[in-house]
Design a protein around this ligand. Sequence first.
Ligand SMILES: CC(C)(COP(=O)(O)OP(=O)(O)OC[C@H]1O[C@@H](n2cnc3c(N)ncnc32)[C@H](O)[C@@H]1OP(=O)(O)O)[C@@H](O)C(=O)NCCC(=O)NCCS
Length: 336
Amino acid sequence: MYQTKIAGLGKYVPENIVTNDDLSKLMDTNDEWITERTGIKERRHIKKGDGNTTATMGVKAAKIAIERSGISKDDIDLIVFATLSPDYYFPGCGVQVQEMLEIDTCPALDVRNQCSGFIYGLSVADQFIKTGMYKNVLLIGSENHSGGLDFTTRGRSVSVIFGDGAGAAVLTRSDHNGQGVLSTHLHSEGKHALELSLKGPSTEHWVPEIIAENPQGDDIPYYPYMNGQFVFKNAIQRFSEVINEGLQANGLEVSDIDMLIPHQANLRISQFVQQKFRLSDDKVYNNIQRYGNTTAASIPIALTEAWEEGKIKDEDIVVLAAFGSGFTWGSAIIKW
Ligand SMILES: CC(C)(COP(=O)(O)OP(=O)(O)OC[C@H]1O[C@@H](n2cnc3c(N)ncnc32)[C@H](O)[C@@H]1OP(=O)(O)O)[C@@H](O)C(=O)NCCC(=O)NCCS
């Protein structure tokens, strides 16, 4: 079996900064409530006409990751694109990226696992690289949330949390035994699918029906729904379980963790996990304060920033962990 390493990382966020005070002009909310409950101070939103879409942001992040990897785009064997907010209902963003990067007809795969999307994508890429089927995989997580959120008071418990952005990684076969992805651990629990979901449009509730039935009605399946407290309770339990699962699978202790990059769901969730594992501040990376929750993009953006800031060094044990809609959750243990 081969091993997978991260050869390059990149990120892109739109320029447009939206503060909590900006949101309080649109809905009944305030900086104090948002900061206290989520840690978020500002997030980035695509502006109409700025050229950003889920796919184009992904491409911007990918170009940086490819350049840093030293691997030619023409040597990419597979594209994996994780998002819950694709530009089109179909096809997925993976094929758009293949076209925009002018990569020949390589396979392009879209992953629909929301906040766990990057870890699911990493696991998929890792399996292909391990078996030798592919050598280089471009993995992207990108989200355009702002276009689909309810910015009235009705949607405030969801819409203040999410932001736009993209992160990318080039994964390649490692030359050094023991360096790279040590293991990945994936889970889902579909019985909670509707506790954090966007129900429409779907083939159960297709667009003409939605419009015909609810021109201005209360049934708004085309906006995300979140049972916040239920999600919170499940998140803190699953984050802890899946981090422990990853450590145990590799014979590691909590004290071996050099850097934990949790999916940036909510600062309070990250802080809970940090306290539970008794990790010092320098061993947990958070940037939700500046970007909000960018779902599939949050781990690659945070990982890129942590690496850019010199907080990840060779031989470090880096733990990625995520929980989100599905419910889905997962972890990855990487030796840098
Ligand atoms: C969403 C979340 C921040 C809400 O915090 P909470 O403490 O559970 O708050 P509640 O939903 O109980 O709402 C408390 C009150 O604040 C109000 N409120 C909700 N959103 C608000 C906002 N943006 N601004 C001001 N008030 C708000 C509610 O209407 C409610 O008012 P009421 O008491 O008069 O009914 C919290 O549940 C959470 O973080 N959940 C996890 C979410 C998450 O991580 N999602 C991503 C998973 S990947």
